[in-house]
Design a protein around this ligand. Structure first.
Ligand code: FDP
Length: 325
């Protein structure tokens, strides 16, 4: 190996070092965010280790949730937690309270656990609005108000993808070091893509614009090649591929589920935040996904996210439909 490559290999950018570097740009910062993130990372390392041991699904869901809730509360930096696993939000007791609200899905894609498909943890972080007694309104904020978002994918390797609002970076767990090391700096999604990702089993219930878009993917009329279909059915894995290779991931509304399937706070928002930070877009069929103001913590929304040009096409199809109406 030449000297330059060796120097790179030996200069390890751990996720903690990355966040501390970012934090040093804000002299008023007290390090609270780094502490919070360290606790999230600890939760992910734990889940990664139990997923690799092949525990059964039910246990893993519950276990992962318990680990994240305990890690987040013990960080002393959180005040409200919203988890996919818990019907109600958790309000942290005053003596252990901090200023961050964390919304998360501890183990997304869990129907895939038993067959070894990649699954993941998704999270988003808000700051309480002011110095007041925290209320649900502090988490019912549009996604554009998130300070940070990310996911950790438990697959052939364990990958942590993070945005603190200044681009997107990917870190891979080095099991021998027990550390996430920066392996995918400044991820940018290709402007156009050759892949579409959707559960086509729902096609008979789709609305006009979704059906038209997918038809165009298969039978393009402009001389371009047909797109490939890739659908794992595990959001973190499908979004991760979309982020790296480009294309579009869609979970649209349909006649049976007018609000789609995916949850706004801990699926749609964090993934939309990452897409925008990587140069892509996210749309609900009506508006920019990050502008949505949720009214309930487990609310659902349709979503189309991915390469900039692909989402532009979807937006144009919805605009044309609206004009007709
Ligand atoms: P799962 O039901 O396995 O937990 O919202 C959860 C989710 O998986 C996503 O991870 C995934 O993208 C989606 O549901 C898959 O839904 P369909 O089975 O309806 O395609």
């Amino acid at each position: 190996m030449d000297h330059a490559a060796d120097a790179h290999r030996t200069d390890l950018m751990t996720i903690t070092r990355y966040v501390l570097n970012e934090q040093s740009k804000y002299p008023e910062s007290r390090g609270d965010f780094s502490i919070l993130l360290n606790h999230i990372v600890l939760g992910c390392k734990f889940v990664c280790s139990v997923v690799n041991k092949g525990e059964e699904q039910k246990k893993l869901d519950v276990l992962s949730n318990e680990v994240f809730v305990k890690a987040l509360v013990s960080s002393g930096r959180t005040c409200i937690l919203v988890s996919e696993e818990d019907e109600e939000a958790t309000f942290v007791e005053p003596s252990r309270r901090g200023r961050y609200c964390v919304v998360f899905d501890p183990l997304d894609g869990s129907s895939n656990i038993d067959c070894g498909v990649s699954i993941g943890t998704i999270f988003g972080i808000y700051m309480v609005k002011d110095d007041h007694e925290p209320t649900l309104d502090d988490v019912l904020q549009p996604g554009k108000n998130m300070l940070a978002a990310g996911y950790c994918m438990y697959g052939s390797s364990c990958t942590f993808v993070l945005s603190t609002g200044t681009g997107v970076n990917g870190f891979t767990l080095d099991p021998s070091l027990g550390e996430f090391i920066l392996t995918h700096p400044d991820i940018k999604i290709p402007k156009k893509g050759k892949i579409y990702s959707v559960n086509e089993g729902n096609a008979k219930n789709w609305d006009g614009p979704t059906a038209k878009y997918v038809e165009k993917c298969k039978y393009p009329q402009d001389g371009s090649s047909a797109k490939s279909l890739r659908y794992i059915g595990s959001m973190v894995a499908d979004v991760h591929r979309t982020l790296l290779y480009g294309g579009i991931f869609l979970y649209p509304a349909d006649k049976k589920s007018p609000n789609g399937k995916l949850r706004v706070l801990y699926e749609v928002f964090p993934m939309s935040f990452l897409m925008e930070q990587a140069g892509g877009q996210a749309f609900t069929g009506k508006q920019r996904a990050l502008d949505l103001v949720p009214t309930k913590i487990h609310e659902r929304s349709p979503v189309f996210l991915g390469s900039y040009d692909e989402v532009e096409e979807i937006k144009a199809l919805y605009a044309a439909e609206e004009k007709k109406a």
